[in-house]
Design a protein around this ligand. Sequence first.
Ligand code: ADP
Length: 287
Amino acid sequence: MGIKFESLSHFYSGVKKEDSVVAIKDINLYIEEKNEFIALCGQTGSGKSTLVQHMNALLLPTSGIIKIFDNVITSKKKKNPPLKPIRKRVGFVFQFPEYQLFEETVLKDIMFAPKIFGNKDLEAKNKSVEAAKLLGIEEILEKSPFNLSGGQMRKVAIAGILAYDPDILVLDEPTRGLDPKGAKEIMELFYKIHKDFGKTIILISHDMNIVYKYASRIIVMQNGQKAYDGDKVELFKNDNYKSLALTKPEVLNSIDRINSKLNYQIDYNHFDIDDLLSSLRKVNNHE
Ligand code: ADP
């Protein structure tokens, strides 16, 4: 049992009743506990961050329910199960997570969350060192997190989430502010975590190249409602993506041009330019 939204709506209340904002409305959604890589897309204000904040009960529904690993969460605060164990299982990497670093050393910073979630010092340390190795930052554990490059700081912040080993990872624009090389490095890392450990990942991103390369399922929000939920290749097979205010990934524009200019029939199951080039080489070698 993963995460299930049942007719979930969330309104932000204003000072006056008429000022309240309907952020998401009547959402039904199921996310598997393992092995999913979902991109959550949609324009600013479409409800993405309100939606994901329900996934570890940072926000409670205004109406409807959400089931998180069999825990039923409703609008009624007092009747809900303890939220800490749920929060341990759904980890969030917020935008610019490095802004939340605060400890004297990198190691202490990474250990902070595992300790909050009940690990004893030694256990928290072992998990933190493991997470640091995964991110390739084990050499800087005794440094101050404030004397690092932006990319390294971000890795420290991400290690702090991985160290408590959540089942599901929610990533809010994790590549924002990084150069292309740094962005690729971080995305490859999350993809590896997804593949090697079967973790479900929910990625909020406006970058359709990243979305098309790494996700398999795409959910598109529009005006607080789910406007698309399905396969990434299907989404771009016709023009419907335009009405969802999405841009076409570059690799698909290239495929369209090659197919029309050279009369090829390359399909959309190529997820980045390298992927496309290797198919083209094969076609050429056979000619
Ligand atoms: P997105 O993540 O897609 O940008 P949000 O979930 O942040 O969308 O916002 C959905 C709607 O809820 C928007 O109209 C936004 O202005 C409103 N909203 C978001 N957070 C708050 C808040 N704390 N108080 C009032 N309105 C909010």
